[in-house]
Every structure is written in structure tokens, then in C-alpha cells.
Design a protein around this ligand. Structure first.
Ligand code: FAD
Ligand code: NAI
Length: 464
């Protein structure tokens, strides 16, 4: 009798877990993946990245049509109407297609899906439903869920989290968003575009913590121009629901007089926290740090031999591509190969319009480490963006003043999420701003703004 049921058991089938399971199986390891949801793909595919992008894309097209942007291009439509049910239907279709795709990939790669939530019964054993299995290696990839706001109850009708905000059955007249981070701005944008008044209440003095200072300032300006109202430096002290409406009580973060805001819906988006409840980590001899995360070493190994952890449940940015890369790396490490993730170069993208993207250090962080040179190029000087009536935004490159090595790249423009890949790759290869400035970029493309920003680092852009 084999000592173990599996070489590798992955707990959680989000972008971290399903990728780890597929890579482990590809490397010849007998692999299973436990997942309690009815469909694979985790937060990202079911209630995160994918459904939010389905609504962002559709609402953007609606606004272009209804707001007259298409008519200005000579595309005249009759009256434009919102069919919210159809918009939701295409969102569900996108999720169904992609989650089904992971099920297909599991079958193709012979990854066994253990249906149910797993809890440790020992260092190398877990129980999933009625079945207890033993595995030589166990990868914890249980992800994260919404951080609750004390005193604010999420009923998914009036007061919603991101999952509820993806499914609102009608356009809210007034949506109050608590938290000016990525979820607040993406989902706030969706509902503003289809007609909601949106007010974002942010505790800090500026939105988008963690992003470059110029980017935070410029994006706040653009979102305000689009009609989102911001109350920064403001904390929510309570939400009362009465007769299907909410009264949100706020006061200055530094203390002061309270105010109330009437809302039809409230979205709580103040961050996410790791999922470890119910895992029975004690049985495996594991514990969590002060932030509830499972600490790991360079190879994603935990403090217990044979147990590994990746994705939102470990420290680092809570992003799908970070989880996926860690999934590949951990499987390779388990198989005796060398799996590495460069955590200094994980790109971040906010999928609003324009998109906001960055990789590496902010100017503020770079200056703390030493002297820097900064090159900035406005999209208003880029021929393609101008032709497409997208004058907003810029590309900003931060380079080491002595070595010219690129330390950070920040972009605001419609294609920023795609353009940031070029910057990330250049930085992975240790590029200097001069390397980018002397790389030929196709014309006319938004990407030429990256070349011009690189030229601006030494003061020589052509088009401004
Ligand atoms: P998860 O995707 O959270 O998956 C973990 C899985 O483990 C879940 O399916 C859960 O059911 C399962 N699980 C938990 N406990 C157990 C257990 N005991 N037994 C069995 N199964 C268990 N990131 C981006 O990079 N780009 C985006 O555009 C983006 N958009 C987002 C939009 C929203 C609205 C949200 C909420 C998040 C978004 N994210 C985005 C973040 C992204 O979804 C996460 O970073 C990513 O899903 C983390 O992957 P993971 O594999 O670590 O965990
Ligand atoms: P976040 O951390 O991006 O933003 C939360 C915001 O809420 C912060 O600005 C914070 O200062 C503010 N805040 C905290 N407590 C508050 C309070 N009491 N009152 C008012 N404001 C308060 O978290 P968010 O937006 O919930 O997203 C969670 C995670 O999901 C993020 O880590 C993000 O990386 C990921 N995500 C990524 C996306 C992407 O890559 N495009 C899209 C959506 C989510």
C-alpha cells in the first residue's frame, strides 16, 4: 500500500492553488486539489477579477455610447438603453466559461478535485468532507475574504461587499463606497457609468495607498472629473439601515463633527484578510502572524516540513498574478526544481478608464533609498492617444541617478495594464532608462510614451 494518497495536495483552487496543482501534475506528481466552492477558480474567477472586468468592459461601452463619445467618432446610434439583466448575464457567462475551463484543465492534467472544505488532521493529512487523505506535500492556497468594518453589517441587499456589488439587481441612485482602494474605484466606476451617483469615503488623505504620489493625485483628479465624489480624510463610524435605505455616519479621520450621508447602497471595500479559519492549522503545528497570514520562506515553505503556502494567505500584494507565479514556483520547488518569484517586480493595475498601472518603486520610496532621476511624458503628447481622444494621463519612469537603472514605472492611460508588462520585463532584465529610450517602439502606439518618458529621464523627449 502506498504510504501517501497523493504526492501533492493543494487546498484551494484559486489562481494560486489551481496553477500549483496543474504545474505539479505536469511535473509528474500525483496531485489533488480540495475546493469547497461549487466551481473552481477561487475569488478571482468567481467573484473577483473576472466578473468585475466583465462589468467594467460592458459599462465602459455603455458610457461611450450613451455619453456621446461614439457619436463624436461618427458612430451614431439611436437611443441608448441600459439592459442591466443582459449585462449581468454576460458577466455570469464569462465566469461560467472560465471556471469550467479550469475543470477541463484539471481533467486534462489528471488533477483530482476533492470537493469540500479541507481541515488538517495532522502534519500530512487533511479531512475533506468524510474523506481523510494523506499527502507528502500540502500546499495551503486558501486565499482571502473581505475585511469586515466593525459596526457595519453586510446584508448583501443595502450594505454590500464586492460580491454583492457585482450583483446589484438595479442601479443604485446613490452608492456610498467605503474605501478608496482598488475595489472601491473599479466597482464605483462601474455603477457611476450606468447612472449611479457615487461617493467614496476614504480614511486616508488620498486614494490608492501604495501607488506613486503623482499617480494618486492625478487619478483623483480624473475620477472627480468623471463625477465621483470623494470624502478623503474621513472615517465611517456607523451605517444604519432603515426601509431599504442607509444612513452613513462619517466624521473627519482626525476627529471632529459627525455628518450623515443618505445612500441607497453602501459598498464596504476596506481591504481583504487571509482565510485560515476552519483549516485547523493547530493540528499541523502551524500558526499565523499578527496579520493572520501564514509566514513562508523563499521557497514558499512554512515552518512545518512538507507544508507550503502561497497567494493571498501569505504576505505580499493580494493579486491573482502574484498567486499564480507563486503557484508555479511552489510546484517546481516541490518537484526539486528551482521556483522563484521576484516580489520586487509585481505589477499593479487598476482597471478603470483610464487604467492605472505601476511596477517597482514609487518616487517617494526610491528617494528614501538614494538619488533618483525622473522622466515624465504626458499622454497628450502621444499621437495615438491624442487621435483616440484620450489626452489624460502620463508615463513616469524613476531611475537610479548614478547607474540609470530603472527603479519604477507608473502609467495612467487606457492601455496602462497592457503597457506595464513591457516595463516589468525591462526591469526584470535590469534595463536602464537609456536601454528603453534606444529601443524601437512601433508608431503610432501608446507604448511610444514609455520610450519618450525614458528619453525624458535624461531630458530629451521629442514630442513635448
Ligand atoms: P483565492 O482566489 O481567494 O482562492 C482561494 C480558494 O480557496 C477559494 O476558492 C476558497 O473557496 C478556497 N478555500 C478556502 N478555504 C478552503 C478550505 N479550507 N478547503 C478548501 N478550499 C478552501 N487581482 C488581480 O490580480 N487582478 C484583478 O483584476 C483583481 N480583481 C479583483 C476584484 C475583486 C472584486 C476582488 C475581490 C479581488 C480581485 N483581485 C484581483 C484579487 C484576486 O482575486 C486575488 O488576489 C486572488 O484570487 C488570490 O488568489 P488565491 O489563489 O490566493 O486565493
Ligand atoms: P485596498 O487595500 O486596495 O483599499 C482599501 C482602502 O480602504 C484603502 O484606501 C484604505 O485606506 C481604506 N480604508 C481602510 N479602512 C477604512 C475605513 N474604516 N474607512 C474608510 N476607508 C478605509 O482594498 P480593496 O479595495 O478592498 O481591495 C482588496 C484587495 O483586492 C486589494 O489588495 C487588491 O490588491 C485586490 N484587488 C485587486 C484588483 C486589481 O488588481 N485590479 C481589483 C480589486 C481588488
Amino acid at each position: 500500500m502506498a504510504e501517501y494518497d497523493f504526492d501533492v495536495l493543494v487546498i484551494g483552487a484559486g489562481p494560486g492553488g489551481y496553477v500549483a496543482a496543474i504545474r505539479a501534475a505536469q511535473l509528474g506528481l500525483k496531485t489533488a486539489c480540495a475546493e469547497g466552492r461549487e466551481t473552481l477558480g477561487g475569488t478571482c474567477l468567481n467573484v473577483g477579477c473576472i466578473p468585475s472586468k466583465a462589468l467594467l468592459h460592458a459599462s465602459e461601452l455603455f458610457e461611450e455610447a450613451a455619453g456621446g463619445a461614439l457619436a463624436k467618432l461618427g458612430v451614431k446610434l439611436g437611443s441608448v438603453e441600459l439592459d442591466l439583466d443582459a449585462m449581468h448575464a454576460q458577466r455570469k457567462e464569462a465566469v461560467k466559461g472560465l471556471t469550467g475551463g479550469i475543470e477541463f484543465l484539471f481533467k486534462k492534467n489528471k488533477v483530482e478535485w476533492l470537493k469540500g472544505y479541507a481541515a488538517f488532521t495532522g502534519k500530512d493529512s487533511v479531512k475533506v468532507g468524510d474523506r481523510e487523505v494523506r499527502a507528502k506535500n500540502i500546499v495551503i492556497a486558501t486565499g482571502s475574504s473581505v475585511t469586515p468594518l466593525p459596526g457595519v453589517e453586510i446584508d448583501q441587499q443595502v450594505v454590500v461587499d464586492s460580491t454583492g456589488a457585482l450583483e446589484l439587481p438595479k442601479v443604485s441612485e446613490h452608492l456610498v463606497v467605503i474605501g478608496g482602494g482598488v475595489i472601491g474605484l473599479e466597482l464605483g466606476s462601474v455603477w457611476r457609468r450606468v447612472g449611479a451617483k457615487v461617493t467614496v469615503v476614504e480614511y486616508l488623505d488620498q486614494i490608492l495607498p501604495g501607488f506613486d504620489g503623482d499617480v494618486r493625485k492625478e487619478s483623483a483628479k480624473l475620477f472627480k472629473k468623471q463625477g465621483i465624489e470623494f470624502k478623503t480624510g474621513t472615517k465611517v463610524t456607523g451605517v444604519a439601515v432603515n426601509g431599504g435605505k442607509a444612513t452613513v455616519t462619517v466624521e473627519p479621520a482626525k476627529g471632529g463633527e459627525a455628518q450623515t450621508i443618505e445612500a441607497d447602497n453602501v459598498l464596504v471595500a476596506i481591504g481583504r484578510r487571509p482565510n485560515t479559519d476552519g483549516l485547523n492549522l493547530e493540528a499541523a503545528g502551524l500558526s499565523v502572524n499578527a496579520r493572520g497570514q501564514i509566514e513562508v520562506g523563499h521557497e514558499f515553505e512554512t515552518a512545518v516540513d512538507g507544508i507550503w503556502a502561497i497567494g493571498d494567505v501569505v504576505p505580499g500584494p493580494m493579486l491573482a498574478h502574484k498567486a499564480e507565479d507563486e503557484g508555479i514556483a511552489v510546484a517546481e520547488n516541490i518537484a526539486g526544481l528551482t521556483g522563484i518569484v521576484n516580489h520586487d517586480l509585481i505589477p499593479s493595475v487598476v482597471y478603470t478608464m483610464p487604467e492605472i498601472a505601476g511596477v517597482g518603486l514609487t518616487e517617494e520610496a526610491a528617494k528614501e533609498k538614494g538619488e533618483v532621476k525622473v522622466g515624465k511624458f504626458p499622454m497628450a503628447g502621444n499621437s495615438r492617444a491624442k487621435t483616440n481622444h484620450e489626452p489624460d494621463g502620463f508615463v513616469k519612469i524613476i531611475a537610479d541617478a548614478k547607474t540609470d537603472r530603472v527603479l519604477g514605472v507608473w502609467i495612467i492611460t487606457s492601455l496602462a495594464g497592457t503597457m506595464i508588462a513591457q516595463a516589468t520585463q525591462a526591469m526584470e532584465f535590469g534595463a536602464t532608462s537609456e536601454d528603453i529610450a534606444y529601443t524601437c517602439h512601433a508608431h503610432p502606439t501608446h507604448s511610444e510614451a514609455i520610450k519618450e518618458a525614458a528619453m525624458a529621464v535624461t531630458g530629451k523627449p521629442i514630442h513635448i
